[in-house]
Design a protein around this ligand. Structure first.
Ligand SMILES: [Zn+2]
Length: 179
């Protein structure tokens, strides 16, 4: 199957600025707000995957289907949770690079069961949301570095990951986030 062009954009600007595509202004959302919005976004993902009979259909040959986006979101949530744990237990860890386009091919996203992916999104996001809600203020300035050198605190990392998940909802639905 033909693959979409790789996404090499650096999205760290979305921590500072409102995203003109999905409409989210992640940098203005506090940590409890991130947890609430992430929880709501996961519910939307589950609905998209379980209620759309054409979830596995690509809108055009080079654009991922909702199922492929959903599988990417599932893996991203799992990875973000693992990185959050690293930031909490290690001093300024560096995250390994994740090749998301490779992951889509190796993980055979296009042929997964949408109901199963929905269940996995619900499970991983519940774990991550619970971990975010358990954070103490003293942990929010702990740091982590991406393999490309981008630096995050726990706070900006959470804002960044929320944008990622919400932006992919926009990729699939075309609807902007509520401000
Ligand atoms: Zn966006």
């Amino acid at each position: 199957m033909e693959q979409p062009p790789p996404d090499t954009k650096d999205w760290t600007w979305t921590i500072q600025l409102r995203c003109p595509e999905c409409g989210l202004e992640a940098g203005t959302i506090d940590v409890p707000g991130v947890a609430d919005r992430l929880e709501a976004a996961a519910v939307e993902w589950v609905q998209i995957l379980t209620q759309n009979p054409a979830a596995d259909r690509r809108p055009s040959p080079r654009i991922w289907s909702p199922l492929e986006y959903g599988a990417h979101v599932r893996d991203a949530i799992e990875l973000y949770d693992a990185r959050l744990v690293m930031m909490l237990i290690e001093d300024t860890p560096t995250f390994k690079n994740w090749d998301q386009d490779e992951a889509a091919i190796v993980g055979d996203y296009a042929r997964l069961d949408p109901d199963r992916v929905a269940e996995e999104i619900a499970g991983y996001s519940a774990t991550l949301v619970a971990r975010i809600r358990a954070l103490e203020d003293s942990q929010l300035d702990r740091r982590g570095t991406r393999s490309d050198g981008a630096e995050f605190t726990v706070r900006t990392f959470l804002q960044y990951l929320l944008h990622d998940i919400v932006h992919h909802l926009w990729d699939v639905t075309g609807q902007q986030a509520e401000v």
